[in-house]
Design a protein around this ligand. Structure first.
Ligand SMILES: [Fe+2]
Length: 457
């Protein structure tokens, strides 16, 4: 992984100096090649599907997952970039039957903040992965923390994966430092006896082996209420089987939860929704806003949406359970005010959507202004702004926007792509979106928040 300063330079070039230039279009990805990779290598114990996330302390730990077709030892070798990989972490492997493989997990701990490490995973007998790099989170408030860029998207499949080529091009250029995938991965991980899951994981490996890749489940991960393939393949720090977790990285705290708790009650059990709600309230209450001033809630199904209602999704209704809960219980939207959540990011609907400053279906334009460079500035919002980024590309194609946009909408775009989110300082955050059709950068937003904390009711 390139240094943070490289990422800053690349991001600045992308987002500021030349905001509408897309550069050279990347070549289309070859889906057939991904399927071949399912059985890649003559050695069935050769690592594949390598992916990583930040560990429980993102400044000092990273955690890695990979698969082998047959049993093999679980070893992570690492060292600071440019030095020998003399550190070794032994992990664990678990048999997985869809399709038959062994899923390995190992963590590197005791690392230095904001430092790039070289690593390989595998075993002497089974073989090793290619050498790659991964970088720990920098110290909050540092210049490096302000330079971090997060790629944000949901709903990316193995087919019609429109953003993938751009993402690979970006990660190779150091244009982002971590990915936040807001649910719906692979369509579906368990399809074709799980071979589709293998192929998807290999398709994103050029990204997941280079930067921490954080996920939360969407409806395509429910798998009859078991979330089996998702829970087995992904390992998130301090999480409940990767169903919900949070990280403090740079100048932001990200709480990533499962909206499916609100929609798969009959399959998944009534206990999960209260458990997650209790966890989330504790998580939000515990955020030290002097260290993590920006607060972001991410969940697959959005609280609000601007497309047509052909599928009858709850985001079109005033009774969306993620907003208002059930019988007044477990409602998430009041937590946004109580703890001063700055941004809510959803996906599930396949377009790019932006709200005004929004709470309880009431929007305010008072703090929004158009800037001379074409961006929108939100100055000291008194409630969250909602972003919907569910169009990284999947077999379901794009959704059709409603011809009559709701009063709270600040814009909707029927385009494929993904967002760049950054937090340059305690008082400033930025968002922009890569339009995959022509590579242009659209929807450039700037947030100014001078006093983080609970919003007034
Ligand atoms: Fe979805």
């Amino acid at each position: 992984m390139p240094s943070v300063s490289c990422a800053l330079a690349a991001a600045a070039a992308l987002l500021l100096a030349n905001p509408v230039a897309g550069g050279v279009m990347p070549p289309p990805r070859d889906v057939a090649r991904y399927k071949w990779l399912v059985n890649a290598g003559s050695n069935a114990s050769e690592p594949q599907q390598v992916h990583a996330s930040f560990g429980e302390d993102p400044m000092t730990s990273l955690q890695f997952v990979w698969s082998t077709r047959t049993a093999a030892d679980t070893i992570l070798r690492f060292g600071e970039a440019g030095k020998p990989m003399t550190s070794i972490a032994n992990g664990t492997s678990t048999p997985f039957d869809e399709p038959v493989q062994f899923i390995h997990r190992a963590a590197a701990t005791g690392l230095r903040a904001g430092t790039t490490y070289s690593y390989v995973v595998g075993s002497p007998a089974g073989g090793w992965s290619n050498v790659s790099t991964m970088t720990t989170a920098p110290v909050p408030g540092s210049p490096e923390a302000g330079a971090l860029v997060f790629a944000v998207y949901g709903d990316m499949g193995l087919d019609n994966e429109r953003s993938l080529a751009w993402l690979v091009k970006d990660v190779e250029a150091g244009a982002f430092d971590a990915v936040l995938h807001v649910g719906d991965l692979g369509y579906d991980l368990d399809s074709d006896g799980g071979l589709r899951g293998d192929a998807f994981m290999n398709s994103i490996a050029p990204i997941t082996a280079r930067v921490p890749y954080h996920t939360m489940p969407g409806n395509h991960e429910i798998e009859g209420g078991t979330f089996k393939a998702y829970r087995s393949r992904f390992w998130m720090p301090a999480s409940n089987d990767a169903l919900y977790h949070s990280i403090d990285v740079g100048n932001a705290h990200f709480s990533m939860i499962s909206s499916e708790m609100y929609f798969a009650i009959s399959e998944y059990g009534l206990l999960m929704m209260p458990e997650q709600f209790t966890w989330l309230e504790k998580d939000l209450a515990a955020v030290d806003r002097t260290k993590s001033p920006w607060l972001v809630l991410m969940l697959h199904r959005p609280m609000y949406c601007q497309d047509d209602d052909s599928q009858g999704d709850a985001c079109h209704t005033l009774t969306n359970p993620t907003r208002v809960g059930y019988f007044g219980q477990y409602a998430l939207e009041p937590l946004l005010l109580k703890y001063g959540v700055d941004l809510v990011v959803g996906a599930h609907e396949h377009f790019l959507g932006l709200s005004k400053v929004l709470y309880n279906n009431n929007a305010s334009t008072a703090v929004m202004s158009n800037q001379t460079d074409g961006s929108i500035l939100f100055r000291n919002p008194g409630a969250p702004v909602h972003i919907l980024a569910g169009s990284a590309g999947c077999p379901e194609k794009l959704d059709v926007l409603s011809p009559t946009q709701p009063e709270w909408s600040a814009g909707a775009w029927d385009v494929y792509g993904y967002g760049y989110l950054s937090f340059p300082s305690a008082s400033r955050a930025t968002w922009s979106f890569r339009n995959d059709t022509d590579g242009s950068i659209i929807n450039r937003l700037e947030f100014q928040q001078d006093h983080h904390g609970p919003f007034a009711a």
